[in-house]
Design a protein around this ligand. Structure first.
Ligand code: FAD
Length: 552
C-alpha cells in the first residue's frame, strides 16, 4: 500500500495563498494536505444581548468579512486541486505527520497554542512513535519577528518609533523575492467520520438578512485584497508622495488611504508582500516620502505596535501595565452610550461613529417612539421610498484621523472616559480590529502611553472644517443635518430656530443637543490630566487605586 504522508494546514489568520510559508511547508513532500479552518463559536454565534448585531467578540461586518475571506480562500484552494475544510468536530483520525500554522502573537492564539502544544506533547508521549508529529509555525503576519526585536533590545520592547526602526533594520527576507504563487497542492486526504462543512453564510449562522443593505462596502478575501493593492500601487506618484497624517479624513467616496487594514488583519494580504511592492514602486520614482509618514512607514507602525504589545504584560489594560499612565478616568455609561451610538450632539463626532456603525443612529432618529423590532420594517420602508437614509452605511472602517478625533473626544479631549471602554467598542465594530494595533492606538490617543502632549486636543468643532468646510461628510453620514446651512453644520445648536425649522432639524428633538460644552469639558480634561501626570511622576508610576481616588 502507498504510504500516506499527511500534513494539517491550520488556517487562523493568514487567509491567503501568496507568501504563505506554513502552507508551502505543509505541501512540501506530503501526499495529502488537510487545509482546515475551525469555526470558533465565540467568534461566530450571534449574541442577541450585544449593543449591535454580531457575536460576543465581533460585529456582523467583521464576521461577514471573515466568511467572504474563507469563501475566497476555498475557491483559490480548489483551483490548486484542494479545498478548505470547515470543521466542527475533532480531526482525530487523520494520519498527519506535520502540523503547520502561522505564528500569532495575539494573546488569544498564544493561549491556544500553549494548549495545542500540550496536546501534541501528550500525543507524542502516548504514541512515542518513531515518526513524531512535526509542528511548523513560521512568523509571516508581520514584517519582523517581534521576539527578535525585543531580544535585540535586551528583553524589552522599544517604546518609540525611531528606536524601533534602528533595532529593526532591513527585514531579512526583503532581498529575495517572496513566493507569491503555488501551482498545485496535494489533494485532501480521507476525512474519516469528521463532519466537513461548506463556509456558512451569515444567515446560516443565525443572523438573518435584515442588515444586508447597510453593510460595509469592503468585501473580504485575498482576491479583493490583491485587487485593492494593485489599484493603490499602480498610482506610483500617489505612493511616492503618501504622507500621513496629511490625508483627508472626510473623504468617503474615495478614502485618502489604502483601506488595506482589514485584509492585513485577516492576513488576506501579506504585509511582507505589500512592503516589497512598495519598495518596487520606490525604485521606479525619483523621490519618495520616508517613515514615519510614508506607506512603508505605516507598515512599520504596524510592526512597532505588534512588538510593543508582545513585549508588554497587560498591554490591553491600565492596571498592571507598566507603560500606561494611571489616570482616574470617569465611569459614565450614559456618555459612553451617547458616543457609541452617535448622539453626542457634535456632528463631526457623530458622523464618524455612524461610519463605523450606523444602526444605532437609525434607531435614535427614527425610532424614538417605536420598538427596536420595527427597525427592519423601517429600513424596508425607506428603501422603497429611496430616502437619503439608504446612504447610511455601516462601514466598520474609518480614516486614521477620524479615529484620532473620536478617540480623543471620548478620553482626554472631552468626556474623560476610560480608553478601555472605547477600545472595546472599536474591537467589536471595526472590520480591521486588531488586538495590538487597536490597544496601542488607544493608549496613544488617550495620552496613556507613547504620546504625552495632552494639551493638544482635536476640536470636535473645528478639526473637520479644515478638510470639509461645507460639511459634506456630515451630510452624508447624518442625513438629518442634510439641509443645515454650512455656517451651522459643525455647531447646529447655534443656529437660530427659524433656520433649524427651515433645515427640518430641530436641535434637541431631531438631533441631540451637545452632551458637554466643549470649552469647559476640554479644560477640565487638561486639568485632570495635569494632576494625574504629576502624581504618576511623584510616585514613579506606582499609583494605586487609592491614590487615583484622591484625584476624582
Ligand atoms: P494606510 O494608511 O493605507 O496604511 C497601510 C497599513 O499600515 C494599514 O492598513 C495598517 O495595517 C498600517 N497602519 C497604518 N496606520 C497605522 C497605525 N497608526 N498603527 C498601526 N498600523 C498602522 N488599525 C488596525 O489595523 N486595526 C485596528 O484595530 C486599529 N485601531 C485603531 C484605533 C485607534 C484609536 C486609532 C487612532 C487607530 C487605529 N488603527 C487601527 C490604526 C489606523 O487608523 C488604521 O490602520 C488605518 O486607518 C487603516 O487604514 P488604511 O489601511 O487605509 O491605512
Amino acid at each position: 500500500s502507498v504510504t500516506v504522508s499527511g500534513s494539517l494546514m491550520w488556517f487562523r489568520k493568514g487567509l491567503r495563498i501568496h507568501d504563505n510559508p506554513a502552507l508551502e511547508y505543509a505541501s512540501k513532500g506530503s501526499t495529502v494536505v488537510y487545509p482546515v479552518f475551525v469555526i470558533d463559536p465565540h467568534y461566530m454565534e450571534p449574541d442577541t444581548t450585544a449593543f449591535s448585531p454580531g457575536s460576543t467578540l465581533a460585529g456582523l461586518n467583521r464576521i461577514r468579512f471573515l466568511l467572504e475571506s474563507l469563501v475566497d480562500l476555498d475557491s483559490s484552494l480548489k483551483k490548486l486541486g484542494s479545498r478548505l475544510l470547515i470543521l466542527k468536530g475533532e480531526p482525530s483520525e487523520w494520519d498527519v505527520k506535520k502540523l503547520c500554522f502561522e505564528y500569532d502573537t495575539d494573546p488569544y492564539y498564544q493561549t491556544l497554542d500553549m494548549k495545542v502544544k500540550f496536546v501534541f506533547d501528550s500525543i507524542q508521549q502516548n504514541y512515542a512513535s518513531s515518526a513524531g508529529i512535526e509542528v511548523f509555525s513560521p512568523v509571516s503576519h508581520t514584517l519582523f519577528n517581534p521576539a527578535d526585536i525585543i531580544q535585540k533590545n535586551g528583553g524589552k520592547p522599544p517604546l518609540n518609533y525611531q528606536s524601533f526602526l534602528k533595532l529593526a533594520g532591513q527585514p531579512s527576507w526583503a532581498s529575495s523575492p517572496l513566493s507569491v504563487s503555488l501551482s498545485l497542492l496535494p489533494p485532501v486526504g480521507d476525512v474519516g467520520s469528521c463532519e466537513i462543512l461548506e463556509v456558512p453564510t451569515v444567515k446560516e449562522l443565525g443572523y438573518g438578512d435584515d442588515e444586508q443593505d447597510e453593510l460595509t462596502p469592503f468585501r473580504g478575501g485575498e482576491s479583493e485584497a490583491l485587487k485593492r493593492l494593485k489599484v493603490s500601487i499602480s498610482n506610483k506618484e500617489w505612493v511616492a508622495n503618501f504622507e500621513k497624517p496629511k490625508g483627508d479624513p472626510s473623504a468617503y467616496v474615495k478614502p485618502a488611504t489604502t483601506v488595506l487594514s482589514p485584509y492585513l488583519k485577516f492576513g488576506c494580504l501579506s504585509s511582507r508582500y505589500f512592503y516589497q511592492c512598495l519598495i518596487d514602486v520606490y525604485k521606479d520614482v525619483k523621490k519618495h516620502t520616508t517613515p514615519p509618514v510614508s506607506l512603508v512607514g505605516q507598515l512599520l507602525w504596524r510592526d512597532f505596535f505588534y512588538t510593543a504589545a508582545f513585549g508588554t504584560p497587560n498591554f490591553d489594560r491600565m492596571k498592571g501595565n507598566r507603560i500606561c499612565k494611571q489616570i482616574p478616568w470617569n465611569n459614565d455609561d450614559e456618555l459612553l452610550a451617547a458616543w457609541r451610538e452617535a448622539r453626542t450632539g457634535f456632528p463631526w463626532i457623530d458622523a464618524i461613529m455612524v461610519q463605523v456603525s450606523s444602526e444605532a443612529c437609525l434607531e435614535i432618529y427614527l425610532m424614538q417612539l417605536l420598538p427596536r423590532s420595527a427597525l427592519p420594517y423601517l429600513v424596508r420602508v425607506f428603501e422603497v421610498s429611496g430616502s437619503a437614509l439608504l446612504q447610511l452605511r455601516k462601514w466598520g472602517w474609518m480614516h486614521h484621523l477620524a479615529r484620532h478625533c473620536v478617540a480623543c473626544f471620548l478620553t482626554r479631549g472631552d468626556l474623560f472616559i476610560h480608553w478601555e471602554k472605547g477600545r472595546d467598542v472599536f474591537e467589536r465594530l471595526l472590520i480591521d480590529s486588531d488586538w495590538a494595533i487597536n490597544n496601542g492606538n488607544w493608549l496613544w490617543l488617550s495620552c496613556s502611553s507613547f504620546f504625552y502632549q495632552y494639551n493638544r486636543i482635536y476640536s470636535p468643532l473645528s478639526f473637520g472644517k479644515k478638510y470639509d468646510p461645507n460639511g459634506n461628510y456630515i451630510r452624508h453620514f447624518l442625513p438629518i443635518l442634510k439641509e443645515m446651512p454650512k455656517e451651522y453644520i459643525y455647531e447646529p445648536w447655534t443656529a437660530p430656530i427659524s433656520i433649524q425649522k427651515k433645515a427640518k432639524c430641530i436641535i434637541g428633538r431631531d438631533y441631540p443637543k451637545p452632551v458637554v460644552s466643549h470649552d469647559f469639558a476640554s479644560n477640565e480634561c487638561r486639568r485632570k490630566l495635569a494632576e494625574a501626570y504629576a502624581l504618576n511622576k511623584k510616585l514613579s508610576g506606582q499609583v494605586s487605586e487609592d491614590d487615583l481616588k484622591t484625584l476624582r
